[in-house]
Unconditional design. Structure first.
Lengths: 407, 330
């Protein structure tokens, strides 16, 4: 049985690790190897957002780093969480108990991320959440054992809402998924729209998940609002956008504001139905030379352009490995402190900094989806309109409910 | 043991029956020993997962295999047990895990009674659809209810201390507790199936009008089977929540109701050990495949296995083994 073998190897490595810990100083790489676990949805809804592409990005980072830290080889393990919290938590528990994994990356569905960070806190591991949207991950669910790297709903909702109102989109109709996540998003947007001088003229809540959006889109059209805000995610957003396009919503002068939409969604929906959609993104592959250069390498490897999550996985893995090298140990606490001490400026993050609540803040960008006429290629999808500075983009620490933040 | 033999030489047949029961008991003892030794060979948390799902599948099998009722809403009981236990243990730190589990099981039982009263009025596909519809209602309650954490799930459930003094944070202690819970559930099902009540259930499964004509109140029999099954599914869910320290929507989703059907059919419906075997296979496959390069194909591979199972060995693995054993060694 493989389990028998695994237990055997685990106990041998454990024994070896203990003897090593005794023989050498504490500040060292545990069991002589840096093991990184990649946990993500490899087969379900979020496959294109992170999935196998994210693993490829992580492997690229390890390769670019040279494959070893201070002489200790870097090993990568990967698993499919199937968007299930117990599968995710179980996998990570086993990785820590049996394989001595030092860092867990990827982490997409928010239920999985929260479950995993709980396990990491209990077992003193380290996690870098790249794929999840929920801002609660570094708010009420914050732990000293994880970092939320790429984006969260706060800048996505606030950045988009504020920018849209500033550009004259001052009357909104909210199309909200009827569960906690949708409500939170709707609340964030409402607040920002009203603060910026706009108004919410109407809204409708749809069950989660919904496939037929026609009646909701008709209501949105009837409301006369300039902007239709989509406070939903994943398949719901995709369905809503498709229906809106079929009903000629954008052609009749209204505009869609996507609060949680990614490059792969726009790519699969096509420009015809998504054109002029406003959204906030943490990164875009074509935004400058540095980003383009990395994306070209990624494209050769994977055959698709990277999403911000996949780019973030590369960037965070690199930052982690550099911090391990600088600290001379893979002890989670020390590495976590080292990662926070060093600002992050690479092809992905500008003015990046990890705060005490674990939130990595960096510049965000307001983007608009190109029209089919503007676009010059399959992946030429966004116009970057403006930059939202790092210190304005994310939820300020003064509003934080995280126990690690002293208010 | 045919009827003719029974009539001809009762003493010899009784002797043979006695020996069969002894053999069966020996076999059970061997299985229990395997269960006791297992955590030293395999990873305990994985084994606990198998046991929780095995109990869930056994509960489901009681209904499908012995009462002939295909419920497509068993995820609701698993999730209800899990959420109630999780909520109680997370919000009232003074509670010991066994109290939490009992409360979860109790609520799942009550829900089972409610579902049962509504669903057993219909048969066949209509019964399955009614249970599915009710389970979807429960799913949406869990999506909306504030205490479940919606999409994010319910997290940070403490394992606590059994009876107030045995810490379950140790995986080994937790394992033996789960094993005991499983044995309790299995024994209950074993007892139910082999009781006169179980015989009537089988009669109803084979020919309900006939059972009615013999004077049995079949609705009551079916309802009781439904409630026992729901209670044990709730027990499995509650225990699972304590093991993993979380409850999530995955358990309430109709996929879970489908998965338990897969486990039961694969292992062998209407056999006592089949669901355990099926749960073991499905959970192991998911576990092994999700960490292999074939990870993207878990659902496809499980689907293919299911198709092969239904096409070529309908009585499931254990059913097939039992058939071969009966053919060659009896």
């Amino acid at each position: 049985m493989t389990f028998m073998k695994k237990t055997l190897t685990a106990s041998i490595t454990l024994a070896a690790a203990t003897s090593m810990a005794i023989s050498t100083a504490q500040a060292d790489i545990s069991d002589g190897e840096v093991r990184i676990g990649y946990l993500a949805d490899m087969s379900g809804t979020y496959r294109d957002l992170a999935g196998p592409g994210g693993e490829a990005a992580m492997e690229m980072a390890i390769e670019d780093f040279g494959g070893s830290v201070n002489g200790a080889p870097i090993e990568i393990l990967s698993a499919d969480d199937r968007n299930s919290a117990d599968v995710g938590a179980n996998t990570v528990r086993e990785w820590i108990d049996q394989d001595n994994v030092d860092m867990v990356g990827g982490l997409v569905a928010s239920s999985v991320s929260i479950a995993v960070t709980n396990v990491l806190e209990e077992n003193n591991g380290l996690g870098i959440v790249s794929g999840s949207a929920a801002s609660s991950i570094t708010n009420e669910h914050c732990t000293p054992n994880h970092i939320h790297y790429v984006y969260d709903t706060y800048p996505l909702a606030n950045g988009t809402a504020k920018a849209v109102v500033d550009q004259g989109g001052d009357s909104w109709f909210m199309l909200t998924a009827d569960y906690a996540f949708g409500h939170a998003l709707e609340g964030d947007v409402t607040e920002v729209v009203e603060e910026s001088g706009g108004e919410i003229v109407g809204g409708v809540r749809h069950p989660f998940p919904t496939s037929d959006f026609s009646s909701y889109i008709l209501q949105a059209q009837g409301s006369g609002a300039k902007i239709v805000g989509l406070a939903n995610a994943g398949a719901d957003t995709v369905n809503a956008i498709t229906t809106a396009s079929q009903f000629g919503l954008t052609q009749s002068g209204q505009q869609l504001a996507g609060l949680l939409i990614f490059l792969n969604d726009v790519h699969s929906l096509g420009l015809e139905s998504t054109q002029n959609l406003l959204l906030t993104t943490g990164w875009y592959w074509d935004m400058d030379d540095e980003a383009r250069a990395w994306s070209d390498r990624y494209f050769e490897e994977v055959g698709a352009r990277p999403t911000m999550v996949q780019a973030g996985i590369y960037s965070s893995t690199m930052h982690y490995l550099k911090s391990v090298e600088a600290a001379g140990t893979d002890d989670p606490e020390v590495v976590r402190a080292q990662m926070a001490a060093e600002p992050i400026n690479d092809f992905f993050a500008r003015n990046g900094q990890i705060r005490e609540d674990g939130r990595m803040v960096h510049d965000m960008y307001l983007a608009q989806v190109k029209t089919p006429e503007e676009s010059t290629g399959e992946w030429d999808l966004y116009n970057i309109l403006s930059t939202i500075p790092a210190d304005e983009a994310y939820r300020p620490l003064s509003e934080s409910q995280c126990d690690l933040v002293q208010n | 043991m045919s009827d003719a033999q029974t009539l001809a030489r009762p003493s010899a047949v009784m002797e043979r029956q006695k020996r069969a029961i002894m053999r069966r008991n020996l076999f059970y003892v061997a299985l229990v020993v395997v269960g006791l030794v297992a955590p030293f060979v395999a990873y305990p948390v994985f084994l606990m997962k198998v046991l929780c799902f095995a109990l869930f599948a056994c509960a489901f099998n009681l209904l499908l295999g012995y009462a002939g009722l295909l419920s497509f809403g068993h995820a609701a009981f698993l999730a209800t047990g899990g959420y109630i236990t999780g909520y109680l243990l997370a919000s009232y730190p003074g509670l010991t895990p066994e109290i939490g589990i009992m409360a979860g099981t109790l609520v799942a039982t009550a829900l089972g009674a409610l579902f049962g009263i509504l669903a057993i009025r219909r048969q066949g596909i209509y019964f399955a659809m009614v249970t599915l519809a009710l389970a979807q209602l429960v799913y949406f309650v869990f999506v909306q209810a504030p205490f479940t954490g919606g999409e994010d799930g319910l997290h940070g459930v403490p394992r606590g201390e059994l009876l107030g003094f045995i810490s379950l944070s140790n995986n080994l202690a937790m394992y033996y507790f789960v094993f005991a819970v499983f044995l309790f559930g299995f024994a209950l099902i074993q007892r139910t199936v082999h009781s006169p009540y179980g015989q009537v259930l089988k009669a109803i499964r084979e020919n309900e009008p006939r059972a009615v004509s013999l004077g049995y109140n079949t609705d009551m029999y079916k309802l009781v089977a439904f409630v026992i099954s729901a209670a044990l599914a709730g027990l499995a869910g509650s225990t699972k929540t304590v093991v993993f320290q979380l409850a999530s929507l995955t358990d309430a989703h109709w996929h879970m109701s489908g998965e338990v059907i897969l486990m039961t059919l694969l292992g062998g419906v209407g056999t006592l050990l089949g669901p355990i075997m099926g749960a073991g296979i499905v959970v192991s496959l998911q576990h092994v495949l999700s960490q292999s390069p074939l990870g993207n194909w878990v659902s496809v591979i499980l689907g293919i296995i299911f198709v092969i199972c239904v096409l070529s060995f309908r009585s499931g693995i254990v059913g097939e083994i039992a058939r071969m054993y009966n053919k060659n060694f009896k």
